[in-house]
Write a protein that binds this ligand. Structure first.
Ligand SMILES: [Zn+2]
Length: 177
């Protein structure tokens, strides 16, 4: 018996912890468990979703474990490794940097690859420390291994004005690293 593969494309934005919309896409042909009330296909971005099973529109994982017709497949998970985040050296900020700027809303959450690519793009566009620090580096993980190690260098840093405190802070950081 051939099982239908169901991609688990629920994300952190799904309003339910257990349930998702059981849908199939008329454009790319994928069958998925997607975020409830999603209108665009998570795979191809087209508004071509239809219920995979009219009688079972919103289902949880249990539905698939109890149904031999289907196999629910976990998608790869992407996340930011908080321990890897290093700022060298944001001035005008406290030495203990706990304000991760744009990153804060993403730390501790899991994402699909497409979402993670958007996060990286957003970070480049509007992360405050990319402009204000000499360097920012962090690791983006896929499941348990590295996906990207990102490093932003600010080549304008030496020309930027810094207060005395910031310079002291920078010197301390260099000694500690
Ligand atoms: Zn599709």
């Amino acid at each position: 018996m051939t099982k239908t593969i169901v991609l688990d494309r629920r994300t952190s934005k799904n309003p339910s912890l257990d349930y998702g919309d059981f849908v199939t896409c008329c454009n790319c042909g994928k069958t998925m468990l997607a975020d409830i009330r999603i209108d665009k296909c998570p795979e191809c971005d087209e508004e071509t979703l239809a219920w995979a099973d009219e009688k079972n529109q919103e289902v949880s994982d249990d539905f698939f474990y109890n149904n031999e017709e289907y196999m629910l497949v976990n998608m790869e998970e992407y996340y930011i490794d908080e321990k890897s985040i290093r700022y060298y050296y944001p001035f005008e900020t406290d030495k203990k940097v706990v304000d991760y700027g744009v990153l804060a809303e993403y730390i501790g959450k899991k994402f699909s690859r497409k979402e993670m690519d958007k996060i990286i793009a957003e970070m480049i566009l509007r992360h405050p420390y990319i402009d204000n620090s000499k360097r920012l580096s962090l690791a983006v993980m896929r499941n348990q291994s590295y996906y990207h190690i990102l490093e932003f260098r600010n080549y304008n840093y030496n020309k930027q004005e810094k207060g005395n405190e910031s310079i002291k802070y920078e010197t301390e950081c260099i000694e500690n690293n």
